[in-house]
Design a protein around this ligand. Structure first.
Ligand code: SF4
Ligand code: SF4
Length: 337
């Protein structure tokens, strides 16, 4: 599908480019008969941190290896999104009780202590080493809850409604697809790096060897072939869900209501609101704590939002200066004699 470059299409391109709700991003980008906008809903409450999504993303997109370094603060060995990490599974360790608290995470039907007692008696597996004498090891606190929990969350490019990376790209390497997603074309990127500080989420990143920028494409090549993105396909718990954005928003609202009804009152959505500072995200999340806990900005704003006003003020200032200069020239002594 090619963008509509007629005058009507060109007019639409400039509507709501920098701020405000934009219900039809693909239409505004010049695709008059675009399919429904698609995206990701990442439900972190069911993520088990297996990293299948990271691996699937790397494999499908041939993203190079970028080192395996533990942060020293957690079991996170990829540390964050970058040019060579387009999906990143964060591991956040919290001193907060868990134990039947998160629906879907509890395993009430399994008696782990009975299973542990049977260890070494009903299989050929070697028996575990006995616990040191007089040492009491208890995995649970007296009320039956563990004393810490892990929050796991698979982060990705947000495919913003108002994408500052796209606004500032001087070469057209970044573009809006007919699916409403934001894609960078590596053969057009000249490595100027303008998009890197423009992204309010710190997602897009330059590769060290050639300086070009890279990020999640929401598997544009797979979408074109009618397939879902590799990460969503690989996720065993359906923590990453792919589909039409409107449908995902409904599904997410129902999941939050379900969690609240089950007593998980901290559950909240992040990035799904079309009225927020980026016009809503094409990739949004269900979180179990404040966004900052996951390293996400609490109130992101498209960094190009104020550009039209700034240019308007600059133009006014330039006109005023020119008028003053002309007036000064006209009043110069000796003129008009
Ligand atoms: S999250 Fe950053 S890189 Fe992704 S679309 Fe938004 S501005 Fe661009
Ligand atoms: S999002 Fe899915 S695939 Fe990725 S780590 Fe979590 S459970 Fe595994």
């Amino acid at each position: 599908m090619t963008p509509d470059n007629t005058s009507a299409g060109a007019h639409a391109v400039h509507e709501n480019l920098f701020s405000g709700p934009q219900p039809d991003v693909a239409g505004a980008a010049g695709y008059p008969d675009a399919p429904p906008r698609v995206g990701f809903f990442t439900d972190t409450s069911v993520c088990i941190g297996c990293k299948a999504c990271e691996v699937a993303c790397k494999e499908w997109n041939a993203v190079p290896e970028d080192g395996l370094e533990l942060t020293g603060m957690s079991y996170d060995n990829t540390q964050g999104l970058g040019a060579d990490t387009w999906r990143h599974v964060a591991f956040i360790e919290q001193r907060k009780p868990l134990g039947g608290q998160e629906p879907g995470l509890g395993h009430e039907s399994v008696d782990v202590f009975a299973a542990a007692a049977r260890l070494g008696t009903d299989t050929a597996a070697p028996a575990p080493a006995p616990a040191p004498e007089n040492e009491v090891i208890s995995p649970v606190s007296p009320d039956g809850r563990t004393e810490l929990r892990w929050l796991m969350a698979s982060d990705v490019c947000k495919h913003c409604t108002h994408a500052a990376c796209l606004d500032v790209c001087p070469t057209g390497a970044l573009f809006r697809t007919e699916f409403g997603t934001v894609v960078v074309q590596e053969d057009i990127c000249n490595g100027c790096g303008y998009c890197v500080p423009a992204c309010p989420y710190g997602v897009i990143d330059q590769r060290e060897d050639d300086g070009r920028v890279w990020k999640c494409t929401l598997c544009y090549d797979r979408l074109g072939a009618g397939m879902e993105p590799a990460c969503a396909k690989a996720c065993p718990t359906e923590s990453i869900q792919f589909g039409p954005l409107d449908e995902l928003r409904e599904r997410a609202a129902a999941r939050v209501a379900q969690l609240h009804a089950a007593g998980v009152t901290d559950a909240r959505l992040y990035g799904e609101d079309p009225e927020d500072g980026v016009g809503g995200d094409g990739a949004f999340f269900l979180l179990l704590d404040e966004p900052e806990v996951y390293g996400l900005p609490p109130d992101p704003v498209v960094t190009t939002r104020d550009l039209p006003d700034m240019w308007r003020h600059a133009a006014l200032a330039a006109v005023s200066l020119a008028a003053l200069a002309v007036a000064g020239f006209a009043k110069r002594p000796g003129r008009g004699r």
